[in-house]
Design a protein around this ligand. Sequence first.
Ligand code: 9WN
Length: 417
Amino acid sequence: MTAAAPRLYPHMWSWDSGLIAVGLARLSVPRAITELRTLLRAQWSTGMIPHIVFSAGDGYFPGPERWGTESAAAAPAAVRTSGICQPPVHAIAVRRILDAGRAAGGEVRDQAEAFVRETFGSWLAWHRWLATARDPDRRGLVEIHHGWESGMDNSPRWDEPYAAVVPGADLPGFVRTDVDHVGDVRERPTDAEYGRYLWIVEQLRRVRYDDDAAREVVAFRVADVFMSAILAVASDELAGLGDELGRVEDAAELRELAGRFRAGVLSTVSPATGLARDLDRRSGRWIETETIAGFAPLFCGAQDGAVVARQRELFWGERWCGHPALAHPLPPSVSPSDPGMRPRTYWRGPVWPIVSWLFSWAFERQGDDDGARRLRDASLRQLAAGDFGEYYEPFTGEPLGSLHQSWTAAVTLDWLA
Ligand code: 9WN
């Protein structure tokens, strides 16, 4: 496995691993295959791919003892994992591995083709789990049970649902380690936020991470529009692989799934702002924040030309990439025009290179080569010092959070290829 970062994150993270495999495929197809096979060894029998696969390394909190997933019937026996998931970017990497293997030819091609043949069923099971356990009423929106599942942990998107999460008096005590590995604690979530994060872990642990029970007890239930958009495009990628393997019915099922989630994403768009919204399933309220997730329809190529055209204009306009004060014309996690934007704090304002990469990948896939090139060129300028920051201050270009972040390096490799 590749650790997500040398000190802050000494384990494997699910969506990091997918993007790391994209970068590794440019260097060594066998290494990219090993990365994803390692991740799949941690897959739960339900199909869920857990958000952390623990290494023997130490120093991250909450570690395996706090998660206590050995009590879960579906958890794997041989590997220790967390009990929640992250966005399903993996099929993007599987496609890249196959393409890179074929370009290399010979034994590497054979290895890549065998990898796709042997693991297709596992990726399919992962997508099916998301489409059932996390979208039981088939609205085309993935429900998450923790901000960590979105990968955008403390985004203002989650402030309202988190306000309703009140840690119980019996929440076991904790000592954070994440704040030891960044230049300034303000770059990380607050202690109050961590209390809520750990309370949800406690709620899930008490029902042994059972999917049905979790939906009943968990204090945070939100339909995540950006995760839904990722599931839509990743299902298209997987459907294409299914075609090549002659798995006609599976490919049709995946296309149906992609269509359902694309429509789900579209159903959230605010007519007032033109941005997509998350839905708080507990309160029934739309979440109106001006974050990068609002561009989910643009990212997944939603089937509504007017919505997408309006989003493209917004994306490159003054409230986003075209904001005159930005160091680089790249999308920050929150609009620079939003008064609540915090340029140094994690998912509340900084630019995340992996997010820029996801949009450049999507634009290229949609035939928007110019959009893809603009994001690539600006990102490479942002990354030129070689710090591989976890995130960047949008107005100064300073690297923040953990340096030498693996997925930042991986997307750089892909852009340079
Ligand atoms: C919790 C590893 C992960 C990323 C997430 C990012 C951060 C973890 C943390 O680091 O989250 O999962 O401890 O803050 O928010 O997107 O996968 O790089």
